[in-house]
Design a protein around this ligand. Structure first.
Ligand code: UTP
Length: 472
């Protein structure tokens, strides 16, 4: 796009001010700004400003809203036991046949955690302080060994953390994976929109941009060539997880097998909520289509409604663990674009004012727009929800302290390791309240699942009360 073309477009939508400093910029800075401006969807911007900035979109929940059906974590009758056993066998075959890829969304800014650097580089494990990326890399390496297959791993970054993420992997020799096994893709960005409807500049030569949400992963898969790369490798299933959940079972044979057997296009792990207001999206049916209604959009009466047996009516929430059929993502993005609905967040966004001074606002001054992966659910022909046992699959690292924090995640990792050891017959000392009276860490490079622990149990020394034991 030439500067002349841009000027016309910008004045048509009242955004000429973004070129305010253009004449004084160096050639390189001009190029940078023009390239950013060329990637904005100007045709859609006025509509977004009207819908999300000037107005606050109201979520109208239809009368047809119903809780979505889900499969239990443990099979509860003989028929289900057979289904789950056959599905787990099938899932292992899919892994051995090289039909599954891992996919991690790691493009977020991790503002709540406040850690300087990509969240995936955060040292999470309870004893060795392995970074999140290492934790997943070792899990994948063990899966490759176990299923005798080279399983590729796709990692979505954003322009804000891409080079640091790649450098981290290079510096650590891909944590034992081969370089060709790890594919980085970068998601798109969205400009922050000031509350007056005008785009903000972060610098004279740059818009205030932020990653476009984990929903951006779908289009990023196509635009980066990741989808084509998957097709070339014979990948049919994409195992999707978030970079801040080290408890996730990265390549789960049962989940994969059920997804494939029941011919779902997109599947979700579900968690039975701890209470009506737990901050998880609610799995719902809207006109028979699967959808997630965010906890903040759920009216109180509905959130609290119960069934005759006392269970919550909307009892299952989303920990953001999915399987996507590759052909499903191909179909959604076939035209090189995908219009998922936006979710708005009003945030404090630093900006340069008309004098060129950087302003750090004290109050929220801008709307950030993101798309979410779960908005692809209504577009899937068939969706499966498989509940997961709490503590087995979910322990997100969102905050430095308190709920969903570094501490709570480490505690969950220790508790799960203790449970796996005990299930394998290794005695674990416990406190009066039942929590482990020791800190134990199982290396995911060796112990991917309870079965791995069982196989090695004879050689594992039981932890002593109050001790710290790392099982290599
Ligand atoms: P969150 O919504 O928790 O955001 O992302 P965040 O950026 O990690 O943290 P806060 O909200 O700024 O504190 C959930 C997952 O989705 C990824 C994150 O990296 C994380 O794995 N994500 C989020 C992206 O990959 N891209 C995005 O644009 C947003």
């Amino acid at each position: 796009m030439t500067i002349g073309e841009l000027q016309t477009i910008l004045s048509d939508c009242g955004q000429q001010h973004v070129l305010r400093f253009y004449d004084d910029l160096s050639e390189a800075s001009r190029e940078k700004l023009l390239s950013q401006l060329s990637s904005v969807d100007w045709a859609r911007l006025p509509e977004l400003v009207e819908a999300y900035v000037k107005a606050e979109p109201r979520v109208e929940l239809p009368a047809s809203l119903q809780p979505a059906p889900s499969l239990p974590a443990q099979p509860e009758n003989e028929e289900r036991r057979e289904l789950y056993a056959a599905a787990a066998r099938h899932g292992r075959e899919l892994l051995s046949q090289g039909k599954v890829a891992g996919f991690t969304v790691a493009g977020g800014q991790g503002t709540r955690l406040g850690y300087p650097g990509p969240k995936g580089t955060f040292p999470i494990s309870p004893i060795r302080r392995k970074p999140l990326f290492q934790w997943f890399a070792e899990s994948i390496a063990r899966a490759c060994e176990k299923y005798d297959s080279e399983i590729p791993w796709y990692i979505m970054t954003s322009p804000m953390n891409d080079s640091e993420t790649r450098e981290f992997f290079r510096k650590h020799a891909y944590f034992g994976l081969s370089e060709g096994q790890v594919f980085f893709l970068t998601q798109g960005t969205m400009p922050a929109i000031g509350l007056d409807g005008r785009l903000l500049l972060a610098a004279p030569d740059s818009l205030a941009l932020s990653p476009d949400g984990h929903g951006g992963s779908l289009l990023a898969m196509r635009q980066s060539g990741a989808l084509a790369d998957m097709a070339r490798r014979g990948i049919e299933y994409i195992s999707y997880w978030q970079v801040d959940n080290p408890l996730v079972c990265v390549l789960d044979p049962l989940f994969l097998g059920l997804h494939s057997r029941l011919q779902a296009e997109m599947s979700c792990r579900g968690l039975v909520k701890t209470g009506p207001f737990e901050k998880l999206g609610n799995f719902c049916l809207i006109d028979d289509k699967m959808a997630i209604v965010e906890y903040s959009d759920m009216p109180e009466e509905l959130a609290q409604a119960t069934r005759p047996n006392g269970d919550l009516r909307f009892r299952v929430g989303s920990p953001a663990i999915h399987i996507l059929d590759r052909p499903f993502v191909e179909r959604l993005t076939a035209e090189g674009r995908l219009r998922l609905p936006f979710h708005r967040a009003v945030k404090k966004v630093p900006f340069v004012n008309a004098n060129g001074d950087l302003v750090e606002p004290e109050e929220p001054n801008a709307v950030k727009l993101e798309t979410f992966i779960f908005d692809a659910l209504p577009l899937a022909a068939n969706v499966l929800i498989l509940e997961a046992a709490r503590g087995e699959q979910f322990g997100p690292v969102k905050n430095p302290k308190g709920v969903d924090s570094v501490d709570s995640c480490r505690r969950l990792l220790v508790e799960r390791a203790a449970n796996w050891l005990e299930a394998a017959g290794v005695k674990v000392p416990r406190q009066a309240d039942g929590s482990p009276d020791c800190t134990v860490e199982l290396s995911p490079r060796t112990y991917l699942d309870p079965e791995d622990v069982r196989q090695q149990a004879a050689q594992l020394a039981p932890p002593k009360p109050g001790s710290r034991e790392y099982y290599e």
